[in-house]
Design a protein around this ligand. Structure first.
Ligand code: ADP
Length: 333
């Protein structure tokens, strides 16, 4: 009876932590071929880091080098898939989510040791190189090009989410039904139960909490990814102003839609990639426009919009009771 109640009980989980994709990834597999699943997943994350990151050998670097020449660039199938989703949502968000924001991301350098507030003319120059309509996919799953010189893509708003789905597939192939895939804590995928047979519990960070362990609420979650984006993740302050890493391509500056953070939970195919992409898009759009987008897209996402005074929660664009303790109930629906 105990075993029935706690199906995952009795397994010693395999847990490995690696620095990859600019974050601390922690992979936990409770059952199945746990060791093989975790090792294969780490190799995959390292491969994704090479192709989808910003290193010299990355697809982004090669696309940028060929920008404006008209030449098609061979890219990895994984990056092609990310770009397809990115283009779809760039259109739906009217460019609020735009992977061609690369020149702006590089200019601000937020999260790096050369972060600074650029001059207005520098921002204007970088913005002139941004525009998802000038990123072209060949339609063959293999090639892309940037149509004008000086353009660059940045997959920071989507790559970790893509990785969650890919690791999830590796876990499934190895019979791992219970586990946790955490990429820095703000992008994660909870599978089944933890090693004690309980739901995984995820703390939603209080954006102005004193430590990263200050939570607005703790949510039980199972068989779904959860992604958060906020102005408290990567930022610097100058003259009392906070400059964070989610940029509004339309202004060229950090998005200021009145939100501190957005959390998305979504089930289904590509849920990891979609939840990651959506947090960035919704953060830029803000609560009102974000809600309209969710309604129009008919996405069964549960979304928390965290603003200075309130936490608003929506499912399919409809309001849910939210705030404090009732955060708990939201996800059980
Ligand atoms: P992280 O979890 O690493 O903090 P997010 O999912 O919050 O990442 O996305 C932020 C990242 O997305 C930025 O660091 C940058 O690389 C990229 N980015 C910033 N603004 C945009 C935008 N408007 N559209 C698409 N990508 C963006």
């Amino acid at each position: 009876l105990l075993l029935l109640l706690f199906p995952a009980c009795g397994h010693e989980p395999v847990v490995k932590t690696v620095l990859v994709m600019d974050t601390v990834a922690q992979l936990t597999a409770v059952d199945g071929e746990a060791g093989a699943a975790v090792d294969e997943s780490i190799a995959l994350l390292q491969r994704l880091d090479r192709v989808a990151g910003t290193g010299a050998e990355s697809d982004a670097a090669r696309l940028a080098a060929a920008s404006g020449t008209g030449a098609w660039v061979e890219i990895s199938p994984e990056v092609y898939e990310m770009l397809e989703a990115a283009q779809d949502w760039a259109a739906r968000t009217d460019g609020a989510f735009d992977v061609t924001a690369g020149p702006l991301v590089a200019l601000w350098g937020i999260g790096t040791d050369h972060a600074r507030v650029p001059a207005p003319e520098e921002i204007a120059a970088a913005r002139s190189h941004v525009g998802w309509q000038r990123l072209e996919l060949a339609g063959d799953g293999q090639r892309a090009r940037l149509l004008s010189p000086g353009m660059a893509i940045d997959l920071g708003g989507i790559a970790k989410g893509y990785a969650l789905d890919a690791v999830r597939a590796i876990y499934a192939a190895h019979g791992v039904k219970n586990g946790m895939i955490s990429l820095g804590g703000s992008s994660l995928y909870a599978l089944g139960k933890n090693e004690h047979g309980d739901d995984w519990h995820i703390g939603i960070r209080a954006p102005r909490g004193e430590t990263a362990q200050d939570y607005l609420g703790i949510l039980p979650i199972s068989d779904a990814p959860l992604s958060s984006s906020g102005d408290y993740e990567r930022y610097f302050e100058q003259d009392g102003q906070r400059y964070h890493h989610i940029l509004d391509p339309r202004t060229g500056a950090p998005a200021s839609s009145g939100l501190y953070g957005v959390t998305v939970i979504l089930r289904g195919d590509h849920a990891g990639m979609m939840s990651d992409l959506l947090t960035t898009a919704l953060f830029v759009l803000g609560e009102e426009k974000g809600r309209a987008l969710l309604k129009a897209a008919d996405l069964p996402a549960t979304v928390l919009f965290i603003s200075p005074d309130t936490t608003a929660a929506y499912r399919l664009g409809e309001a849910l009771p939210a705030g404090g303790a009732s955060l708990q109930c939201i996800l059980q629906k």
